[in-house]
Design a protein around this ligand. Structure first.
Ligand code: GRF
Length: 208
């Protein structure tokens, strides 16, 4: 399975995928390219250190959004990948790309969808809202990307206890360490081994 990983930040989810492939917990899979909208994203450094092609394509470099959309899609197409993984990628994907790669784009979101998700819910804001609401359990979700925001079929979820002393930073770290870095590589492995089927917008996992 050839994958493109799209990133905007520190790349700890990317690193988890790199490490799982290296320790061949995920077989027959390679990260073909890492693409960021931020040239200083540490995720690009992680890619280079792992000898993975690293590209920066930023909306800021284009006069009109349509040109960015076309450049992003053209670049991804050029790598001929089977799966696109959004790992902390903060740019809205072009419709044309979601259609072309239907059910071949997955995203990791740091909450138990459908709670605490949708436009505006990303990064620390998610965890701030979790603490404000006083929920006892949060977690992370890997889902297929469709035209909506955080609305595609759910592949995997993992719960994380919310501590009474947790700050948004502590909670974000717990959700990443205990959930995100676990279920994102696992979702990729399931897809690589063809264990995923979608029926009426629900994901069926073939567990043998
Ligand atoms: C984090 O907020 C994580 O919860 C979300 O994307 C952000 C950056 O993650 N998935 P990463 O360290 O760049 O993978």
């Amino acid at each position: 399975l050839k994958i493109a990983v799209l990133v905007s930040g520190g790349g700890t989810n990317l690193q988890a995928i790199i490490d799982h492939i290296k320790s061949n917990k995920i077989t027959n899979t390679e990260i073909t390219v890492v693409i960021s909208n931020k040239k200083d994203a540490y995720a690009l450094t992680r890619a280079r250190e792992a000898n993975i092609a690293a590209e920066c394509i930023s909306p800021k470099d284009f006069k009109v959004r349509e040109e960015f959309n076309e450049a992003l899609l053209k670049t991804i197409d050029s790598y001929e990948v089977d799966l696109i993984v959004l790992a902390g990628y903060l740019v809205i994907l072009p419709e044309i790309m979601i259609k072309k790669y239907q059910n071949r784009i997955i995203n990791i979101h740091p909450s138990l969808i459908p709670s605490f998700c949708g436009s505006g819910f990303y990064g620390l804001r998610v965890h701030q809202e979790v603490l404000n609401r006083g929920v006892k359990v949060t977690g992370a979700t890997v889902h297929f990307v469709d035209e909506g925001t955080d609305t595609g079929p759910i592949i995997l979820q993992k719960a994380v206890e919310v501590g009474e002393e947790d700050t948004p930073e502590i909670l974000q770290r717990k959700v990443m360490e205990e959930a995100e870095w676990d279920i994102l590589p696992l979702a990729i492995e399931l897809i690589a081994n063809d264990k995923i089927a979608i029926r009426e917008n629900r994901v069926i996992i073939q567990r043998d």
